[in-house]
Design a protein around this ligand. Sequence first.
Ligand code: FES
Length: 240
Amino acid sequence: MSDTIPFTIDGVAVEGRPGQTILQAADDAGIYIPRLCAHKELHPFGSCRVCTVKVNGRPQSACTMPCAKGMVVENNTPELLEHRRGLVEMLFVEGNHYCMFCEKSGNCELQALAYRLGIMAPRYPFQFPDRNVDASHPDVLIDRNRCILCARCVRASHDLDGKNVFQFVGRGSKKRIWINAEAKLKDTNLDVTDKAVEICPVGAILKKRQGYAVPVGQRLYDHQPIGSDIEAKRAAAAQA
Ligand code: FES
């Protein structure tokens, strides 16, 4: 029995492995599918829907959908790119994202994705929600204004750090990232070295005293769009 699962993404032949999701197989093949809540060290969560692709004509989240033999996946189409633009624009207006002042600027996956998708300004009205900052911890702060509710910190704290520092409270537009204590971040067992701290895709969880350490022009996404590292694999394979 073959241990590969052949299928196509935008007409490109891809060999998935048993147990792989479409996103994982695409990464291995050097095809970038945009994502925000997915992370290679975490179990799929399927919340942001930025990774939506079409599988045999039906929308599916690539980070949760397993590979299947012969499936036809569409990824980089005008329709899907527009869908992703809409989702990213909604994330911008639902929070308070002031990129020009944010410590994460240049290293932020939300900002980088907006650039990659060609978003100049959201088409939706800004909601300016009332959210707070918890800077009580000696080494880490949480700024809920920038949280996109991806749950990476929730999953990383539980699955990678063996703790349970973060969780969600509230529903709908009132949903917020919270901590495992009724009180403040300083009352938790969060450590600055925890994976939950570094895995935040935006500037919601930040290490103190490290802001703006990397000059503009040298930050992660200053030179290359998000996803370039994945696409470089395919380009290298084509030259080999
Ligand atoms: Fe797949 Fe968020 S990356 S739903």
